[in-house]
Design a protein around this ligand. Structure first.
Ligand code: 13P
Length: 329
């Protein structure tokens, strides 16, 4: 039988890492919107902007030709930042073969619509089975060969099971789940809490306070998820608590680093500039707060992060807001 061709859209740190993983199992093509990045990956096996001098597998091919990249795909993986998904898929749609499964790697909400990435994908590519790959997966650690696990969530369990071997390796264990909503919300919401955790640690709080931010953050994630119809058990798994812990603790997390920069007294614009990469939580915080209010859910940590990202509140003011006792919450 013919091998399964996988195309990954987006050559950022995670898109490139997932492409590297998959290329060990099946023919894999990575699409970059920048021709020079595609060229560097194919000819030198590096992606220096995102992954320094790390050597990528020689079997990994890259291209900047979107139409050609998607036309070959038996499985399509969407690894562009959330705010770029619609534009990328609208351009790709005429060339995508019918019925092929599409997996999202994105952990944000579309600002203009408040939609989850899998819903944006379904709207751009109607008729395709759509799911996601998520979990506590700091790209740099996975490239270094450190063990990790993730979840493929699709509404149809047979589709997740058929995709599982393409993404698995001896050090990357892939589980399956049918709670797409719960798995996706965990990844979206933990980024907001990680900004709060970065601010708190940057201000020099104790471990007790960090644990307060993480555990009350999990309470906010679970409450909103429950109100939206997710399975509450999902939030104590890899895509919920697991990803929350990894992102709040890792010095490599982009969202956590934004929080740390804010704690040094930088503005949100300066913090984003210093990072030089997309931290999804910055553009998603407002959408999460609006969504929570729409569902009548109290999210005090997300509100503080939203005020810092969008209203000029300082990390110190947010910290005072975070530790203020709120009866009943
Ligand atoms: P950052 O986007 O904050 O780097 O988080 C990475 C991540 O989602 C780990 O699972």
């Amino acid at each position: 039988t013919r091998p399964i061709n996988v195309t990954i859209l987006g050559s950022g740190s995670w898109g490139t890492t997932v492409a590297s993983l998959v290329s060990g199992n099946t023919p894999t093509l990575l699409w970059s919107r920048r021709a020079e990045v595609a060229e560097e990956i194919t000819s030198r096996q590096t992606n220096s902007r995102y992954l320094g001098d790390h050597r990528l597998p020689a079997s990994l091919a890259a291209t900047a030709d979107l139409a050609d990249a998607v036309a070959r795909a038996d499985v399509l993986v969407v690894g562009v930042p959330t705010q770029g998904i619609r534009e990328t898929l609208e351009a790709a749609a005429p060339h995508v073969r019918p019925w092929i499964p599409v997996l999202s790697l994105a952990k944000g909400l579309e600002q203009s619509t408040r939609m989850r990435p899998t819903d944006v994908i379904s709207e751009c590519l109607p008729g395709h089975p759509v799911g996601l790959l998520a979990g506590p997966n700091i790209a740099g650690e996975i490239l270094e060969g450190k063990a990790a696990a993730a979840v493929i969530a699709t509404p149809d369990p047979d589709i997740a099971a058929s995709l599982q071997p393409l993404f698995s390796s001896v050090r990357f264990r892939v589980y399956t789940n049918t709670d797409v909503l719960g798995c996706e919300l965990g990844g979206v919401l933990k980024n907001i809490v990680a900004i709060a955790a970065g601010m708190a640690d940057g201000l020099g709080v104790g471990v007790n306070t960090s644990a307060l931010v993480i555990s009350r953050g999990l309470a906010e994630i679970t409450r909103l998820g429950l109100a939206m119809g997710a399975d509450p058990a999902t939030f104590s798994g890899l895509t919920g608590l697991g990803d929350l812990i990894a992102t709040c603790m890792s010095p490599r997390s982009r969202n956590r680093r934004v929080g740390e920069e804010l704690a040094k007294g930088r503005t949100i614009e300066e913090a984003v500039e210093v990072l030089g990469q997309v931290a999804e939580g910055v553009k998603t915080a407002r959408s999460v707060v609006e969504l929570a209010h729409e569902h009548g859910v109290d999210v005090p940590i997300c509100e503080e992060v939203d005020a810092v990202c969008n209203e000029g509140r300082t990390a110190l003011q947010a910290y005072r807001g975070l530790v203020r006792l709120r009866p009943g919450s």
